[in-house]
Design a protein. Structure first.
Length: 647
């Protein structure tokens, strides 16, 4: 057979629309000629005849030959994807991967496949090409690749581009505001929150419902509204919780408590708080199991012996359903989710009927919407009676404070000097060590008023990077604050941060999200903190902590009183000295840092939950009784700083 003539004949049939005769000719030709052009013509012919999957294979055979023809492989990839042949599409995609960073359609297909296989971590590099893609489907796919890492430049670019292209979209506006708050772009926050505020004033929740529940708290302190932020969650079927509680369960002479988290490593804020509680659990009465989906890299940063905490069960590789089954297999009586709607959460595991009693604690300061929970652990300050209407969980209130604290593993403050931290020796130092996302435009304006009204004072302000510092400075300068009145600082080694806090005179809390771990660290370090009486869980935490350390007078009734108190205290160094003396004395006797007392209250809560369930009673609000007040210190607390430094 003359291959040249045969190819021309097949091509002629194709041009005339005689596709069946073209196919017959090509099938004969392939016995002697398997060149790329022959396979490519075969692919086009098969397409005309409706054989799309076969056409994909023909294009692939054309493209794989030496030298590789990427244009043919691209066609193969598109057709394999269209036919649902994802394995073949992925194999071809690996051959032309560099094209994916220039071709949004290829990036779209590969992203779809990787996402369907739960391999989102492989897709960071596709964000830029997809968000710039010509079709809406490309940009929607880009949005799916967004991670919860607010410091990732590709995430910032993605969100900014989406908002620029779709400025009227509710979702893109919400996302843009989340990233703006993280870098303290307060001008953007003011500008883009305006339509949201206007909508809320009319009772319109369109901007609330798709909001991330955690980031929503940073701008809305109204718990009646907070419960409507349900981003990417679905309501449970009617009767789901009741069905879970009716499942057969075997109890033992010990209560089996399971903790679920991605924070099981000493450097995380959660473990800085609760490590000692885990160590103190009474093993004669409780079995403790940690269901761990922590980041391995984070766990390897610092050596630790998890055996002091409980039995560690790795659930990283298990699905939510599989994890729930593993929890059931261990006969866990009380499953405590430590994450709620926060970064790295897998709270949805609880929606697969994991345990007869399911509890939210510590990680998320609010109702964990659309998660099957019986209780939320709090205290009378963060969960007052009038909040019950805004939670689907029943309240389990510890008597003094819901937040555990670790007096053994947390470093004690050592002596340091203002000179080491570039602070003026003779000025009154206000400090804010809270995260930038918590610093609202209104908060900065109040701080500006405080500085203007208090002589010889400075604001010591923590920033997460140069962009946040520049943005905050722009706001402060626009409000008439001199550069010499502000001392910016950065995150430093944890032990050094504990040391430096004592150099300030007064901590200034944020609203509507207080300092949580940040506030307890300041109180531990000897720094009194001024806060405002809150309107939801997230804004009441500092009030709880201040009461637990014996300084309730530092809870202002409203924001104007907060401002006035800050100004008054700046002129009363003797009162600041008194507050610091109270903190030093109370650290070793008041409930806030008494881990043994806290653990007893927590274990009593677990026993009260278990007793109700064993009696066949549905969950109901629980108030845990308090132990008698201590008359003796629970730990040695040498107040002589030199002695502390010498330890």
């Amino acid at each position: 057979m003359n291959t040249k003539n045969a190819f021309s004949t097949a091509s002629g049939f194709y041009q005339k629309g005689q596709y069946t005769r073209a196919l017959e000719t090509l099938n004969e030709l392939l016995n002697v000629d398997r060149s790329p052009k022959t396979y490519a013509l075969l692919a086009k012919t098969l397409l005309k005849l409706g054989f799309r999957s076969d056409a994909a294979s023909a294009y692939e055979l054309a493209g794989r030959q030496k030298p590789q023809r990427d244009d043919y492989l691209r066609e193969a990839l598109l057709l394999h994807s269209e036919c649902g042949n994802d394995d073949q599409a992925l194999a071809v995609g690996n051959l032309i991967l560099p094209m994916a960073f220039k071709d949004p359609e290829i990036a779209f297909i590969l992203a779809r496949i990787f996402l369907s296989r739960q391999q989102k971590e492989l897709l960071t590099s596709f964000k830029t090409i997809l968000v710039e893609g010509p079709e809406l489907k490309h940009r929607l796919m880009a949005a799916k690749l967004l991670t919860d890492d607010l410091y990732d430049a590709s995430n910032r670019h993605l969100v900014a581009t989406l908002f620029k292209k779709h400025p009227d979209s509710i979702v893109t506006r919400i996302l843009h505001l989340i990233f703006a708050r993280e870098i303290s772009d307060l001008a953007a926050v003011d500008r883009h929150i305006a339509p949201i505020t206007a909508a809320l004033a009319k009772g319109n929740l369109d901007y609330v419902i798709p909001d991330n529940p955690f980031f929503h708290l940073h701008w809305c302190g109204d718990e009646a509204i907070n419960k409507h932020a349900v981003h990417d969650t679905k309501p449970l079927p009617a009767g789901h919780a009741e069905a879970r509680r009716r499942l057969p369960h075997t109890w033992s002479n010990k209560i089996r408590v399971g903790y679920l988290s991605s924070d099981f490593w000493p450097g995380h804020a959660t473990m800085k708080l609760m490590q000692r509680t885990l160590e103190l659990h009474d093993r004669d009465r409780f079995e403790i199991t940690l269901f761990d989906h922590s980041d391995l890299a984070s766990q390897k940063e610092q050596e630790f012996d998890h055996r002091k905490w409980g039995t560690m069960v790795d659930v990283r590789s298990l699905s939510d359903q599989g994890t729930a089954e593993a929890i059931r297999a261990r006969n866990i009586d009380i499953l405590v989710d430590l994450k709620g709607h926060t970064k790295g959460s897998r709270a949805a595991i609880l929606n697969h009927m994991a345990a007869p009693i399911q509890v939210s604690w510590l990680g998320f300061p609010g109702s964990v919407v659309n998660i099957d929970l019986d209780y939320i652990i709090g205290d009378p300050y963060v969960l007052p009676d009038h909040s019950k209407a805004h939670f689907h969980e029943k309240f389990c209130r510890l008597p003094e404070c819901y937040q555990p604290n670790d007096p053994l593993n947390r470093p004690k403050p050592r002596p340091t000097t203002r000179a080491q931290h570039e602070l003026p020796e003779d000025a009154f130092v206000f400090a804010s060590f809270n995260g930038n996302r918590k610093i609202t435009p209104q908060m900065v304006d109040v701080w500006c008023n405080i500085l203007k009204r208090s002589k010889n004072s400075v604001l010591w302000l923590l920033c997460n990077g140069p962009r946040a510092e520049a943005n905050l400075w722009a706001r402060l300068e626009a409000r008439g604050i001199s550069r010499k009145r502000v001392v910016f600082t950065t995150r430093i080694r944890y032990e050094d941060h504990i040391d430096r806090q004592q150099l300030a005179d007064l901590g200034l809390d944020t609203f509507p999200v207080n300092g949580h771990t940040t506030t307890s660290e300041q109180l531990w370090g000897g720094l009194p903190v001024l806060t405002v009486k809150g309107t939801n869980f997230a804004s009441r935490v500092s009030e709880s902590l201040l009461n637990a350390i014996g300084l309730p007078e530092l809870v202002a009734g409203d924001i104007q009183t907060y401002e006035d108190m800050a100004v008054q205290l700046a002129g009363q160094p003797e009162r600041i000295a008194e507050f610091k003396q109270i903190l030093a004395a109370n650290r070793s006797i008041k409930p806030l840092f008494d881990a043994e007392r806290f653990t007893h209250h927590l274990e009593t809560a677990f026993e009260m939950m278990a007793t109700r369930t064993k009696q066949g009673l549905a969950p109901d609000h629980i108030d845990v009784p308090a132990l008698p007040e201590r008359s003796e210190p629970f730990m040695e607390d040498d107040q002589n700083s030199a002695a502390i430094a010498a330890e």
